[in-house]
Ligand binder design. Structure first.
Ligand SMILES: Nc1nc2c(ncn2[C@@H]2O[C@H](COP(=O)(O)OP(=O)(O)OP(=O)(O)O)[C@@H](O)[C@H]2O)c(=O)[nH]1
Ligand SMILES: [Mg+2]
Length: 424
């Protein structure tokens, strides 16, 4: 079988991957107030589940077989000859609109403050976060439709405006067709157009607006976080950890981005801040699958409700990333044939249409079960969520409009649609 061949290659012949260079711009504001990076970050000892996390290359071979074969569908096969051109392109084009300035010393960021949720309410946070996207969409509408008959030319301009606002061609056509059916030839104002637009957008979003449901029956419910580097995997884990803890759930983080010491450290700091246990690798470059296995064993033993598994976002070739993710899944299924229960793909909204391509690539690699769209606050391309709903149709579980825990919330179709067109 192809996977066995790949594994043999990795075990026998391929040299250990060299850790990729440290990436600047993991912003310093991740660190808690007055709490510089601890010299010796507190690491919860990895439990005595032989073998130790990611130490032996034949780790997988020594695991016990599960009692029953996993009832879960195999992830689709991708030809190993794929040299990752598509992923590299996606990576290259996924540079955020504003690059964070690399800073030599980490600057503390305020710890998540639950009371902030109440201040102004979520909708105003969302609306404020979407303001750049809103301006992009509504400025043109206000100019074009101050008072105008909805003729062919007007509809064409509307379609162009929607496409320019990143809603994608398919969703834009669908919306314009709706306008044609219901309002053609009528005189409309910009306010009417916005209200009708909000309704049409909400209609597209409703089917995908599904919260991430944690099933406590799984003990733990395992969430595998995947995505291109810098899209917000680690911070989304931290925010979710904080929220689940606030709900009284027992949460554990697995620092599966084992190649970068800074990534492990980042998660450990979040673990300290949120009070969530962190299972970290014994050494840099340890096998991520081994780490995930150990974390799951420990989570089961300790009665954890939710295990959030971080992963690397930047393996330089697609086949290496695919193999790592699939191996993490395979190895966790030795302990729980139903794991992972959610595979959450984080998408950075500032990358606009490139997010669509990222979803397609990750769907080839693993069974992505839902999306988290981050950084809507820094983006003028929030309309891409509508394109994702229309063209991909995967559940959008949550959206992020800032760096605090309260800035990540379940995705609600109506609020998002009204926020996007700037309605109250
Ligand atoms: N403004 C804003 N920043 C965010 C949001 N979500 C994440 N970030 C920031 O984006 C940066 C990258 O986030 P990470 O969580 O480290 O991203 P990652 O996917 O884990 O990155 P790698 O580990 O490099 O693959 C951090 O500075 C986060 O604070 C958001 O919703 N809004
Ligand atoms: Mg990370």
């Amino acid at each position: 079988m192809a996977l066995k061949g790949l594994w043999d290659r990795i075990r026998g012949k391929e040299p250990a991957p060299t850790p990729p260079p440290e990436q600047p711009g993991h912003p310093p504001q991740l660190y808690p107030p007055g709490n510089a990076v601890p010299e010796q970050a507190p690491v919860l000892p990895v439990p005595a589940v032989p073998p130790a996390a990611g130490t032996a290359p034949d780790f997988e071979a020594r695991l016990p077989e599960p009692a029953a074969p996993p009832p879960v569908v195999e992830t689709p096969h991708v030809a190993p000859t794929d040299d990752g051109a598509a992923l590299r392109e996606a990576l290259a084009r996924s540079v955020p609109e504003t690059q964070p300035e690399p800073e030599p010393a980490p600057e503390p960021q305020a710890a998540p403050e639950p009371e902030e949720v109440a201040k102004g309410g979520w909708f105003s946070r969302l609306k404020a976060g979407l303001s750049r996207s809103t301006a992009r969409l509504t400025d043109a509408i206000t100019t074009v439709f101050r008072k105008r008959r909805l003729d062919e030319e007007a509809l064409e301009e509307l379609e162009e405006t929607l496409i320019a606002a990143d809603l994608g061609v398919a969703a834009s056509r669908r919306i314009v067709e709706g306008f044609r059916r219901t309002r053609f030839g009528r005189e409309v104002t910009d306010e009417e157009v916005k209200a009708a637009l909000a309704e049409a957008i909400a209609e597209i979003l409703v089917p995908v607006a599904q919260p991430l449901a944690i099933d406590r029956g799984h003990a733990p419910h395992v969430v595998l976080m995947v995505g291109v580097n810098g899209t917000g995997k680690t911070t989304t884990i931290a925010k979710l950890g904080q929220q689940y803890r606030d709900q009284g759930l027992k949460v554990m983080f697995a620092a599966g981005d084992t190649f970068r010491a800074a990534a492990v450290e980042q998660l450990q700091i979040w673990g300290d801040r949120t009070g969530c246990a962190v299972v970290a690798p014994a050494k840099q470059g340890a096998d991520a699958a081994g780490l995930a296995h150990d974390a799951l064993a420990r989570a089961k033993a300790e009665g954890v409700d939710v295990l959030l598994v971080d992963t690397a976002g930047r393996l330089h070739i697609k086949s290496a990333l695919m193999e790592e993710l699939r191996k993490i899944i395979r190895v966790m299924r030795k302990l729980d044939p139903t794991a992972p229960h959610s595979v959450l793909l984080t998408l950075d909204a500032t990358t606009g249409q490139n997010a669509i391509q990222q979803v397609r690539i990750f769907k080839e690699m693993v069974e992505v079960s839902g999306l988290a769209v981050t950084k809507l606050d820094g983006s003028a391309k929030g309309g891409v969520v509508v394109a994702l709903a229309q063209e991909i149709g995967l559940p959008v579980h949550m959206v992020g409009v800032g760096e605090k825990a309260a800035d990540l919330r379940p995705f609600t179709a109506r609020d998002f649609a009204r926020g996007l067109v700037g309605l109250g």
